[in-house]
Design a protein around this ligand. Sequence first.
Ligand SMILES: Nc1ncnc2c1ncn2[C@@H]1O[C@H](COP(=O)(O)OP(=O)(O)OP(=O)(O)O)[C@@H](O)[C@H]1O
Ligand SMILES: [Mg+2]
Length: 262
Amino acid sequence: MTKFFAIISAKGGVGKTTTTINLASALLSFGREVIAIDADLTAPNMSIHLGIPNLFRSLHDALEGKVPLSACLYYHPSGLRIIPGNLAYESSKGINLGNFKYMLQELHGKAEIVLVDGAPGVSPEAQTIIDAVDYVLPITTPDLAAMSDCRKTIKMARELNKEIFGIIVNRVRGESHEVDVLNIEAFLENSVVGVIPEETTVRQAYQLKSPVLYTHPEGNVSVAYKQLAAKLVGEEYHPTKRQKHVPSMTREILAGWNFIKK
Ligand SMILES: Nc1ncnc2c1ncn2[C@@H]1O[C@H](COP(=O)(O)OP(=O)(O)OP(=O)(O)O)[C@@H](O)[C@H]1O
Ligand SMILES: [Mg+2]
């Protein structure tokens, strides 16, 4: 049975898209079937993170009823499957998530896990995304402003009777001014399931238009995402265990690739 997760926070820029891409890639590295969806309708930038040059179809087309959702799947050379949003300003006008919840049902059986990259804010859009999934993964950085916004997301999820799978804390540098995990858990009244360090590998991967899992598979960020992925699928993470799917991609290959629409 397909499980749907939303990676979401009312706060912008905390790493929702980065985490959706890399958590999906970590799950893929365990041999799991995954689809990542960019459901941030007004600022969909997953395709930029992964370098899709031209979008033939997108979530926006599916929402407008032009094509089925499954016709909007793109494959990254790493094997990651994503459903991107349309970047054009014109596409963002007058669109809403409408029947997103029902559209998602179309993906049942097409993947084991579907990760939805949510929109920031406490908007109807964010509400629709939370309502559409089985589990919520609220994400924050270790500072009070982000935590305060994240708490709004958690309250919204509670109002919708959604299960909080656990909190993701991103961009952790281990500096003394940061709020520590125990205090984050106390403030957000939920357990932390993932702690992702701040690392330059994330920006390097972004420059290479690829998940950090593929550019730096053994880096600290990749290991942290693999640990989180293991929790999602209820497995123990063994760092030494050979992963099923870790292609070695050179900078040249990554620079030259195109998305293949299937
Ligand atoms: N662990 C990390 N280490 C270093 N940089 C990071 C990390 N996580 C995210 N970033 C950087 O932070 C910026 C924001 O990340 P991202 O776009 O994933 O956030 P977002 O929550 O999706 O933002 P938005 O609300 O605009 O959609 C990006 O430049 C990304 O490369
Ligand atoms: Mg984003």
